[in-house]
Every structure is written in structure tokens, then in C-alpha cells.
Design a protein around this ligand. Structure first.
Ligand code: HEC
Ligand code: HEC
Ligand code: HEC
Ligand code: HEC
Ligand code: HEC
Length: 422
């Protein structure tokens, strides 16, 4: 550890003996300055000493990498690719999940490179083996100045696997499972508590401030606590890793298994990939007539209910939102009337990060949206209703330099009604 460092706890409270040490330092430097002044009578001011750098140890779980993992007995590597030699289907599913690209993700690359914040890696490439540096603490509590040293065991290939099999399955030279398999070629341990929603919540439920303009606000675990899903025994795993029955390695007998694509918003990360989508919304519409007489009002209502997600929607990343668009057009596609409604959070990022509003749909919450239009004699019209789910706005994508390179939304629902007015 470099010299000239004082210890400080992460809560900004200085330990008593260290305060004393500080005082001693101050007294000595005071005396030195005094002699200096005497020796150089022309000097008006004592020279300013650079304050000692203060060392903050890492205290929060997400500030630390998962410690270096050795290869479990019976295996030759901990890479997903190597697990995939036997767990072929699970490997293919995982490869299409967003977990598998949490590091290569263009938005992630754009954001973390801005300030080179190594703490980001603890959830996006969580194993120490995947990180180029070993972080010991933070200088002056600032995430931009970690106290780091090169990691002699850094595995660049493993880094590109992001949230890999070993993140969730390898600890202390063993493969952690929920089966208690006796026929696995690798050392295995059964741990139902470890492979439960607690594993997911470790990354998906963190609310913290890294600095005034950089906050972590993932509350999916808290949102899940205490609602119908938890009460009926549905966990992150029941919904996001649905069950199936199959051999988990060729030649083995069929058994209970879990899909590993981690479906969610369904917004792919790259234009040439697909992402599996889960549906959270139950949608009810009022009926539309085919013919309206001039002067009659089109009175359409749409109800959306968060019936199927065990947390708010959107959840997690605060930039996500649903957009509901009502549009009335003539036969040539000219728009007479358009209305949009947004479901999501709104944040101010500068000068300090602050949530301005939040109308996310809570579990089982229903919301109604209406569209009204007084018809004239306009012949044939088309009324469209569209619901889209967005990762972020085009403006934010532009800000990150990824506009046009990054899929921004998916369609959730679309209906078209041809109408006659006479
Ligand atoms: C040489 C083939 C092979 C390789 C490589 C392999 N496994 Fe396995 N694994 C198996 C077999 C066979 C089973 C037992 C399946 C059964 O009993 O149905 C198993 C079981 C498991 C289980 C369930 C254990 C339990 O008791 O719950 C997990 C989890 C697992 N493997 C993960 C991994 C991971 C992660 C890797 C890579 C780091 C890996 N495996 C590499 C063949 C392999
Ligand atoms: C080591 C941290 C970590 C753990 C553990 C973890 N996740 Fe994730 N998860 C992430 C990150 C980071 C992303 C975002 C990746 C990206 O968008 O590039 C993500 C993305 C997801 C998504 C996809 C969201 C979407 O629609 O794009 C789902 C669903 C998900 N995780 C569910 C789970 C479940 C279920 C578990 C537990 C079995 C789990 N996660 C465990 C970090 C983690
Ligand atoms: C009862 C089922 C259910 C449970 C339980 C559940 N989820 Fe979800 N989750 C969903 C559905 C459905 C969606 C799709 C939301 C959408 O885009 O419509 C979703 C979306 C997500 C997303 C993507 C975020 C977004 O808005 O695009 C993440 C991340 C996620 N879930 C994580 C979790 C975690 C972590 C847990 C456990 C604490 C969990 N989920 C529990 C059903 C569930
Ligand atoms: C984000 C965490 C996570 C990642 C990443 C992950 N798994 Fe799993 N895996 C789980 C959980 C949780 C279970 C147990 C589900 C249960 O039994 O409730 C599981 C179960 C398994 C099982 C037991 C059989 C089954 O399907 O239930 C095998 C084998 C397995 N995983 C292999 C792998 C391999 C191989 C990879 C990488 C290609 C991988 N897992 C990546 C969380 C993960
Ligand atoms: C505590 C764990 C954790 C840390 C630390 C963390 N992330 Fe994430 N990150 C997540 C999870 C979980 C998700 C997925 C959220 C979701 O899909 O709702 C995610 C998703 C993302 C995404 C994708 C958003 C999207 O809409 O798909 C980006 C970009 C990202 N993180 C950047 C960062 C940056 C930059 C840092 C460091 C300043 C960071 N993350 C630190 C857990 C973390």
C-alpha cells in the first residue's frame, strides 16, 4: 500500500486512533512550518502541504469482485464454453441471454469507459478472474480513484463471457447445484439457499450513490417482496428460469431442468440477435365500431394491468419505459390526432441524480387510457393502438454515441381499426 495514506471507514467516520495520528501529523507539520518561517523571514505564508490521501476499504458487497476461483476437480476450465461441451442446451440458451453480453453491451462500454469505474465490473464481469485489476480500496472514497494492482490471473477470454456459468455455479473448487447429482464428472455440492432468488437479488437490488451524478437504483428485489408472486411462491427463478424436463448432459437421464435464456424485456442487445420476451401486461380494450355518423364521438379505452410480473414494470434500469400511442389517420396516412402516454420513471442526472417521477405499474396495478375524437364526415380513417417497450430514449442513445447501433425498443401490442365516417 502506498505511504501517506490514512484509513477511513466508508461511512465517512474516522476511527479514533487515526484522528489522533492525524493530529500528530498536524502538530509536526506546524512546527516544521514555524522553523521554515524563521529561516526565511521574507516568506509571508507557510507552504501548504497536500492533504494525506485517505484510504477507504471496500465495505459493500458490490464493491468487491467474487474472489478468484480455481478450476473444480474433474474439469479443465471454468469457461462457459467448456461447460457447454456437456451442458449443450443450457450453454446455447445462456449464450442468447443478456447475462452473456453484460460486458460487451454497447451502452455499458460507453458508460463505464467515461470514468473507468472499476466497481461497475463487479456485477457485469463479477469474478476476480475476469478483471484486469485487483481493487483494494478507494482513495478518498472516490470510485474514480481505486487503489488497484494488476491481476496476475486475469483471463481476458473469461471476461468476454460476462455473467458466466461460474458466476452462479463455481465456488471454492466446487460446482454448486440444486440436484445433488452423483454422476457428475466434477466435484459438486448441493446448496439450495445459494442458488435461490438471493443470488439474483445480490445484483438486481442495489440502491446506492457512487457520486452525486452516478447512482445505482435497482429495486427489483424490494418490489418482489410482499406481493402476490412472493406469497404464491413464485421467485425470480420460477419466472425467469422456467422448468422443463430433459437430460442436462448427453447420455444422462431426463430430469427436472431450467431454461437459461433469462427472458425479460425482449429488447435484443444487438440488431442481429433475438431476445426472449416475457409478457407482463394483460390488455383489455373497449370495442370499436366500424361505422360512425358525422358528429359522433370515437370513445376508445385501453386498460393495461401488470398481471404477470412479480415486480413493477418497467423494473431495474431507470431508463426503461413503455409508450402507448393512439393515432388516427386518413387513407393517405396523414395524422389527424395522436396521443402518447408513458409508463416509467423520469430522472434528472445533472447537477445531481434525482428521481423526478415514477408511474411504473406495480404488481396487479391496472391503468386506463382513453382516446376521444369528434368525427366529421371524413370517409375512411384508420385508428391504431400501439404499445412499445423501450430500453432508453433516442436522445440518451445519442448521448452515449450508440444511436443507430443499438436496438432501442420492441413492439408489445399493435391493433389497427379501419373506420368509416358518414
Ligand atoms: C464432461 C462433462 C461435463 C462438464 C465439462 C461439465 N459438466 Fe456439469 N454435469 C455433468 C454431468 C454428467 C452432470 C450430472 C447430470 C445428471 O446427473 O443428470 C453435471 C451436473 C451439473 C450440475 C448440477 C449439479 C447438482 O448436483 O445440482 C451443475 C450446476 C453443473 N453440472 C454445472 C457445470 C458447470 C458450471 C460447468 C463448467 C464450469 C460444468 N458443469 C461442466 C457433466 C459436465
Ligand atoms: C452478477 C450479477 C447478476 C446476477 C447474480 C444476476 N443478474 Fe440478471 N442481470 C445482471 C446484469 C448486469 C444484467 C444486464 C445485462 C445487460 O443488459 O447488458 C442482467 C439482466 C437480467 C435480465 C434481462 C433483463 C432484460 O430484459 O434485458 C433478467 C431477466 C435477469 N437478469 C434475471 C436474473 C435472475 C432470475 C437471476 C438469478 C437467477 C439473475 N438475473 C442473476 C446481473 C446479474
Ligand atoms: C411472477 C413472475 C415474475 C417474477 C416472480 C419475477 N419476474 Fe422479472 N419479469 C417478469 C415479467 C413478465 C417481465 C417482463 C416485463 C415486460 O417487459 O413486460 C419481467 C422483467 C424483468 C426484468 C427486465 C426489466 C424490464 O423492465 O425490462 C428484470 C431485470 C427482471 N424481471 C428481474 C427479476 C428479478 C431479479 C426477480 C426476483 C426478485 C424477478 N424478476 C421476479 C416476471 C417475473
Ligand atoms: C445468473 C445465474 C446463472 C447462470 C449465469 C447460469 N446458471 Fe445454471 N442454474 C442457475 C440456477 C439458479 C439453477 C437452479 C434452479 C433451481 O433448481 O431452482 C441452475 C441450474 C443449473 C443446472 C442444473 C439443471 C437445471 O437445468 O436445473 C445446470 C446443469 C446448470 N445450471 C448449468 C449451467 C451452465 C452450464 C451455465 C452456463 C452456460 C449456467 N448454468 C449459467 C443459475 C445460473
Ligand atoms: C449492483 C450491481 C451492479 C453494478 C455495480 C452496476 N450494474 Fe449495471 N446493471 C446491473 C443490473 C442488475 C442490470 C440489469 C437491470 C435491468 O435489466 O433491469 C444492469 C444493466 C446495466 C446496463 C444496461 C441497461 C439496459 O437498459 O439494458 C448498463 C448500460 C449498465 N448496467 C451500466 C453500468 C455502469 C456504467 C456501472 C458502473 C457505474 C454499472 N452498470 C454498475 C447491475 C449492476
Amino acid at each position: 500500500m502506498p505511504e501517506n495514506i490514512v484509513f477511513k471507514s466508508n461511512h465517512g467516520i474516522r476511527a479514533k486512533h487515526l484522528v489522533r495520528m492525524d493530529k500528530r501529523l498536524l502538530i509536526t507539520s506546524g512546527i516544521l512550518a514555524f522553523y521554515f518561517l524563521l529561516a526565511l523571514p521574507d516568506c509571508k505564508e507557510a507552504p501548504k502541504e497536500k492533504p494525506a490521501d485517505v484510504f477507504f476499504p471496500l465495505t459493500k458487497h458490490w464493491e468487491k469482485a467474487i474472489p478468484h476461483q480455481e478450476i473444480p476437480v474433474g474439469l479443465t476450465s471454468i469457461s462457459a464454453e467448456s461447460c457447454g461441451a456437456c451442458h449443450q442446451e443450457i450453454y446455447k440458451e445462456w449464450k442468447h441471454s443478456t447475462h452473456a453480453v453484460a460486458f460487451q453491451d454497447l451502452q455499458f462500454q460507453a458508460e463505464w469507459k467515461k470514468d473507468d469505474i472499476l466497481a461497475c465490473l463487479n456485477c457485469h464481469t463479477p469474478l476476480q478472474n475476469q478483471q484486469a485489476f485487483i481493487v483494494k480500496g478507494l482513495m478518498n472514497g472516490d470510485y474514480k480513484t481505486p487503489l488497484k494492482e494488476p491481476n496476475p490471473h486475469f483471463d481476458k477470454k473469461l471476461q468476454l463471457e460476462s455473467i458466466t456459468c461460474a458466476t452462479c455455479h463455481v465456488r471454492d473448487g466446487k460446482v454448486i447445484g440444486t440436484i445433488g447429482a452423483i454422476s457428475a464428472p466434477h466435484k459438486t455440492i448441493k446448496d439450495l439457499e445459494f442458488l435461490s432468488e438471493k443470488l439474483c437479488v445480490g445484483c438486481h437490488n442495489v440502491v446506492d450513490e457512487l457520486n452525486p451524478v452516478l447512482v445505482c437504483t435497482f429495486e427489483t428485489g424490494d418490489e418482489w417482496n410482499n406481493n402476490w408472486a412472493k406469497k404464491s411462491g413464485k421467485t425470480c427463478i420460477s419466472c425467469h428460469m422456467p422448468e422443463t424436463e430433459r437430460p442436462v448432459s448427453p447420455g444422462m437421464k431426463r430430469r427436472l431442468s431450467h431454461f437459461h435464456n433469462f427472458p425479460g424485456s425482449g429488447i435484443p442487445k444487438f440488431f442481429d440477435t433475438e431476445a426472449k420476451k416475457l409478457e407482463s401486461l394483460e390488455i383489455k380494450e373497449s370495442s370499436m365500431k366500424k361505422v360512425y355518423s358525422a358528429g359522433e364521438t370515437i370513445n376508445y379505452s385501453l386498460k393495461v394491468k401488470n398481471s404477470f410480473a412479480g415486480h413493477s414494470v418497467p423494473t431495474g434500469d431507470p431508463e426503461r419505459f413503455f409508450l402507448i400511442t393512439f393515432r388516427l389517420m386518413d387513407g393517405q396516412g396523414n395524422i389527424f390526432k395522436e396521443e402518447q402516454h408513458r409508463i416509467g420513471e423520469e430522472w434528472q442526472w445533472y447537477p445531481v441524480a434525482k428521481k423526478l417521477s415514477d408511474n411504473n405499474l406495480k404488481p396487479l396495478e391496472e391503468r386506463a387510457f382513453t382516446f376521444k375524437y369528434d368525427t366529421k364526415k371524413q370517409g375512411t380513417l384508420t385508428f391504431t393502438v400501439e404499445i412499445t417497450k423501450h430500453r432508453m430514449t433516442a436522445e440518451n442513445a445519442k448521448h452515449n454515441g450508440i444511436l443507430g447501433k443499438y436496438p432501442l425498443f420492441v413492439e408489445v401490442f399493435k391493433k389497427q381499426y379501419p373506420i368509416k365516417t358518414e
